[in-house]
Write a protein that binds this ligand. Structure first.
Ligand code: GLA
Length: 424
């Protein structure tokens, strides 16, 4: 488990000092992109527990997942939030006007479920919708902000994903900040994830969204499909001048869930999603059946060196630096720690979208990718074992990439040539 070194009491004390009802969100949370697991992409709105007891949206699925998060090493790798997406609700509020879970699929209620997740050392997240209904037609929070935020706090919810379906009759730009204030008012630290941009006309002014939300969905829904993953990567490249400046500790762009470990992505494509999501400082929210992940895919999800890039404390979102349409190559870089003198370290992703069978060697210098430290870099392959040193950033490297694959390097500046041990 990643630890801050602070006791729960100390963290709570600090947060109480930071929570300021009435202002922007500023809740002191999500200082690095949130990591966890979410039901939606893999389990959708399966409500038939009779025929599909392991797959329906139910307390069993959430408990099984919390168990697997710990026993299979995901929690130790940094994954923290277990989030139930749409379809957990009963269609009716209770007699006091409070939301309630579907009684058949969540017979012990949400509080007991959150307690179970907390007892595992994890955090619990839930889905709602700022409009009249959730996207799948369950009750939304419209007209009930205070009572619903308080209900979530009473249940021990740590993360709220707020969707934006059925909102044509409301002003979402007032409703999202209002719900954020209602969350703050409860005094419980709750990460606020907003699908606010999905309900706005373009061009979108992201400043208020950044002010009121810890993360926000920038694009349509991901699915277990390589074409969709590619489209989202290209979308983030095309919009990087708008998106990248928004990201930082406490506020993140969200390109949607990781679909690694499901039916469609190859191992190489899984590495691409993991690498680019890390470069983008994106939330790492898995949506897969943790009871059935092949070991190679689990290793991608738990690659600690890639996760370290994702969770880098500087919180700078990376950018696509090169699009080489002739060779079908993207180069993405993200400045990360350690900063040596004035020079950042960098994560560098070389993503090949060639599909002509064999691996291909690309010739490129670190300088071409914007890395210019005159005394060079120590370079490490984050998906492999290769380590080498580059004394002169303008020296051409040979980077060999599998079809539709990625090579992810971390380059750390070397402060003086005397520190080199080996030259490639
Ligand atoms: C929208 C969201 C998805 C998911 C579904 C649930 O489509 O974008 O991530 O939450 O609603 O209905």
């Amino acid at each position: 488990m990643i630890s801050t070194g602070l006791t729960d009491f100390a963290v709570g004390f600090i947060l109480l000092g930071i929570l300021r009802p009435g202002y922007g969100l500023d809740n002191g949370l999500a200082l690095t992109p949130p990591m966890g697991w979410m039901t939606w992409e893999r389990f959708r709105c399966e409500t038939n527990c009779k025929d599909y007891p392991d797959e329906c949206i139910s307390e069993k699925l959430i408990r099984d997942t919390a168990d697997m998060m710990v026993s299979e090493g995901y929690a130790d790798a940094g994954y923290e939030y277990v989030i139930v997406d749409d379809c957990w609700l009963s269609h009716k509020r209770d007699s006091d006007g409070r939301l309630q879970a579907d009684p058949d699929r969540f017979p012990n209620g949400i509080k007991a479920l959150a307690d179970y997740v907390h007892a595992k050392g994890l955090k619990f997240g839930i889905y709602e919708d700022i409009g009249t209904y959730t996207c799948m037609g369950y009750p939304g929070v419209d007209g009930h902000h205070e009572i619903d935020a308080q209900t979530f706090a009473d249940w021990g919810v740590d993360y709220v994903k707020m969707d934006a379906c059925y909102t044509s009759h409301i002003n979402v730009s007032e409703a999202f900040p209002d719900f954020g204030r209602a969350l703050n008012k409860t005094g419980r630290p709750i990460v606020f994830s907003c699908s606010w941009p999905t309900a706005l006309e373009k061009p979108i002014n992201f400043e208020p969204i950044k002010q009121h939300c810890n993360l926000w969905r920038n694009n349509g829904d991901i699915s277990d499909d390589w074409g969709m993953v590619k489209a989202i990567i290209r979308h983030f490249a095309g919009e990087q001048d708008n998106y990248a400046p928004l990201a930082g500790p406490g506020h993140w762009n969200d390109p949607d869930m990781l679909v690694i470990g499901n039916y469609q992505l190859s191992l190489e494509q899984s590495k691409v999603q993991m690498a680019i999501w890390a470069i983008l400082a994106a939330p790492l929210l898995m949506s897969t059946d943790l009871r059935n992940v092949y070991p190679e895919y689990k290793a991608v999800l738990q690659n600690e060196r890639v996760i370290a890039v994702s969770q880098d404390v500087l919180g700078i979102q990376g950018r696509r630096i090169i699009e080489d349409t002739k060779n079908h190559l993207h180069v993405w870089t993200r400045p990360v720690t350690p900063v040596v003198g004035e020079e950042y370290s960098y994560a560098i992703a070389f993503w090949s979208y060639r599909n002509d069978g064999n691996p291909h060697t690309f010739k490129i210098s670190l300088k071409d990718a914007g890395l210019t430290n005159p005394t060079g870099y120590s370079v490490e392959d984050l998906f492999g074992d290769d380590k080498f040193e580059v004394t002169d950033p303008s020296v051409e490297l040979k980077v060999r990439i599998t079809p539709y694959g990625v090579v992810l390097y971390k380059a750390t500046p070397v402060s003086s040539k005397a520190n080199f041990t080996q030259v490639k």
